[in-house]
Design a binder for this molecule. Structure first.
Ligand SMILES: Nc1nc2c(c(=O)[nH]1)N[C@H]1C(S)=C(S)[C@@H](COP(=O)(O)O)O[C@H]1N2
Ligand SMILES: [Mo]
Length: 401
């Protein structure tokens, strides 16, 4: 079967994943009914079990139980595409990366061997879709109805983007780096998925062209053979199957920059504003907000009155997480969780809490993280039309018997 056919077969339920002992096969209760009805746990080629929300374009989320670990394995890493024309491995044979635009001195075409010749950097960083948890927004907003799993944390390795750009020579006056991938629209009128990054972020030492993910080649659906890594920023800039870079003296004004992925100006904290894309009313969504997720126990389970261990991860835009609190009573009272050592500013930080003995009854479990920068998860949703940056603590109901 070709990959497209496999996705279609998965869609028809022909490749339904087997149930693994101890793993959640539930779709989160807070999601809209329509999403819950069509979402399926499926296994794609080279991937483990993921929750399919859509398959044209492919949108698959990581099951929540995977977030007990700092690193998300490649085969469990979520998949997000905007365009249905996803490249196959053979489409990417002989892959190359062109660098041009009005702000380079000499346009070049680089091969994989050229990237391998450059010094290599690595960063453990969370890739999170700006719309992660959109499905829990009330009132619901349109877009892919992500639950908790539109994110993952991996060890990314490859040359710094600034070293890659050196091959073409960046001229004074460059303001943005425009990036494009190998996936294509399948319908006339759909704009190609092209994004841009401001010069200072593009030249940051931690911004890399990853050719390795968790010490292996990137999985096809996570951007093989090379993708952009923009630590601390939401996934939309992390261009997969990177094929074309334009260094520009002008801001990119296409649909994906000017209309999509924007938030009201001033609504969310940012360290490095994206000035060339700021209209005064709205700004592009950029830096990740502080957030956390409880991966164990799972929503709806029954537990013993002797107590249980609560585990999960917390993360932010790169200041680091320094506190996670847990509530068992839906946010009325909180106690501090134990934090694992940090694995770098852009990575998940694990937390845990042993509840001790509990009376029988229903408990509403929540987690709330605070960052080194002093930001805390919100008490009420910062509503915006895209349903972006939902970091409202989630309440998981469980029963102690
Ligand atoms: N080529 C390409 N790159 C892309 C996208 C895309 O649609 N096409 N989506 C972006 C978005 S919105 C996200 S959240 C991340 C998701 O990365 P993943 O699919 O590896 O999980 O990829 C980004 N890079
Ligand atoms: Mo995204």
């Amino acid at each position: 079967m070709r990959r497209r056919e496999i996705i279609a077969a998965a869609g028809a339920g022909l490749l339904a994943a087997p149930a693994f002992a101890g793993e959640s096969m539930r779709v989160a209760t807070g999601l809209p009914d329509g999403t819950r009805q069509i979402a399926r746990f499926v296994t794609l080629p080279d991937k483990g079990r993921l929750l399919r929300l859509a398959d044209r374009p492919p949108n698959y989320e990581t099951p929540i139980d995977v977030f007990t670990d700092t690193v998300t394995p490649n085969d469990r890493f979520f998949i997000r595409y905007h365009l249905a024309g996803v490249p196959t491995a053979s489409d990417l044979d002989g892959w190359s990366l062109t660098i041009g635009g009005d702000a380079v001195t000499r346009p070049v075409r680089l091969k994989m061997s050229d990237l391998l010749d450059l010094p290599s950097n690595e960063v453990l960083a969370v890739c999170q879709c700006a719309g992660n948890r959109r499905g829990f927004c009330l009132p619901h907003v349109s877009g892919v109805q992500w639950g908790d799993g539109g994110m993952g944390c991996a060890l990314w390795r490859g040359p710094a983007l600034r070293d890659v750009l050196k091959a073409a020579g960046v001229k004074a006056g460059a303001v943005e780096v425009w990036v494009n991938g190998a996936d294509k629209p399948v319908m006339d009128g759909t704009p190609p998925f092209q994004k841009s990054v401001p010069m200072d972020k593009a030249l940051d030492a931690d911004t890399i062209v990853a050719i390795s993910m968790n010490n292996a080649p990137l999985p096809l659906l996570n951007g093989y053979p090379a993708r952009l890594i923009i630590p601390g920023w939401v996934g939309t800039y992390w261009m997969k199957h990177l094929t074309n870079i334009e260094v520009s003296t002008k801001p990119l004004t296409n649909f994906w920059m000017a209309s999509a992925y924007r938030v009201p100006a001033g609504m969310f904290p940012v360290d490095h504003p994206f000035g060339t894309q700021d209209t005064g009313k709205t700004v592009p969504i950029t830096e990740i907000v502080v957030n956390s997720v409880i991966a164990d126990p799972l929503e709806g389970v029954q537990l013993e009155r002797s107590g249980f261990n609560i585990r999960g991860v917390a993360w932010d835009r790169g200041s680091g997480v320094n506190r996670v609190e847990i509530s068992l009573d839906g946010g009325r009272s909180w106690r501090d969780a134990l934090l694992d050592r940090p694995h770098g500013p852009y990575a998940y930080r694990r937390f845990s809490l042993q509840t001790g003995g509990l009376r029988p009854g229903t408990y509403n479990l929540m987690s709330r993280a605070t960052s080194q920068a002093g930001e805390k998860q919100v008490d009420s949703l910062k509503a915006n039309p895209g349903g972006y940056h939902n970091n409202l603590p989630r309440a998981l109901s469980l029963v102690v018997t």
